[in-house]
Design a protein around this ligand. Structure first.
Ligand SMILES: O=C(O)COP(=O)(O)O
Ligand SMILES: [Mg+2]
Length: 260
């Protein structure tokens, strides 16, 4: 994209930043919490086995085979569409459809407990995140964070990593009726800021962010280092790929030379 007079980034006054895979590499947290949840389910399955089995040694036999821990790479493919989707995808590796439904509630409960226990302990900021947020703010942009992570995970995580102060609003995947790729959370930010969607750029790591932005009518920039469900970010429809949030800030500034 060149600094022509009218581009998708012209007139941008605010930015909506995604969390997982864009600001923080959280897969190591997901990795620990998911495998602890699976170990817990496994343990309970073994305890229940003698009582549940109609014929000892028949029903529930599969539960006696230890779940081998999932790799971080495998979990990375499942992150980005919220907790419910993640837990269903993980359960589907061990159970058939009926089993997924049967174990869903207990799995969610265990997962949330384990995640909150270690939230942020294994996660790290990507390069130039704080510098990028500083630069966006210095250029007069208002900032919001929109993530599909539950707000009970996202809010303390932003706080712990020193990022909370940058954002006027934060919406989690369960804050509103719909989550990304639905445009609802992005449109809510536009209305919070009293700006038109064309004035609010979304910055994210996945097709989820891009689809939500397109549906809302917001320009969108993508980063190439996050989790795009195993797909190349080059195949995602966006207005530009930026190496870092700092690069995004420079690009926005280039297209808005007189703002501030
Ligand atoms: O928790 C998730 O599904 C990921 O959320 P995010 O990429 O929208 O921050
Ligand atoms: Mg993301």
């Amino acid at each position: 994209m060149t600094a022509a007079t009218n581009t998708p980034l012209s007139g941008v006054r605010a930015a909506i930043i995604d969390l997982d895979g864009t600001m923080l590499d959280t897969v190591p947290d997901f990795h620990v919490a998911i495998n602890r949840m699976r170990a817990e389910l496994q343990k309970r399955g073994q305890v229940q086995f003698p009582r549940e089995a109609a014929e000892p040694g028949q029903a529930g036999k599969a539960n006696l085979t230890p779940f081998s821990p999932l790799s971080a790479e495998r979990i990375k493919l499942m992150v980005g569409k919220g907790s419910e989707n993640l837990i269903r995808s993980v359960l589907a590796l061990d159970y058939d459809e009926a089993g997924v439904e049967l174990h869903f509630e207990a799995a969610m409960d265990a997962y949330q407990r384990h995640y909150l226990d270690i939230n942020g302990d294994h996660s790290a900021l990507y390069p130039d995140v704080a510098a990028g947020l500083e630069a966006l703010k210095a250029h007069g942009l208002r900032l919001a964070c929109v993530t599909n992570k539950p707000i009970a995970f996202a809010a303390p995580l932003l706080e712990q990593k020193g990022l909370a102060g940058y954002f006027e609003v934060v919406y989690g995947g369960d804050s509103l009726e719909k989550k990304k790729p639905h445009p609802m959370p992005l449109l809510r930010v536009c209305s919070d800021f009293a700006l038109r969607p064309a004035q609010v750029v979304a910055i994210g790591d996945s097709s989820n962010d891009a689809q939500a932005a397109r549906a809302a009518g917001c320009p969108v920039l993508t980063v190439p280092y996050g989790y795009n469900h195993g797909e190349s970010i080059h195949d995602t429809d966006s207005d530009g790929i930026v190496d870092t949030l700092l690069h995004a800030a420079h690009l926005i500034r280039l297209h808005n030379p007189i703002a501030n």
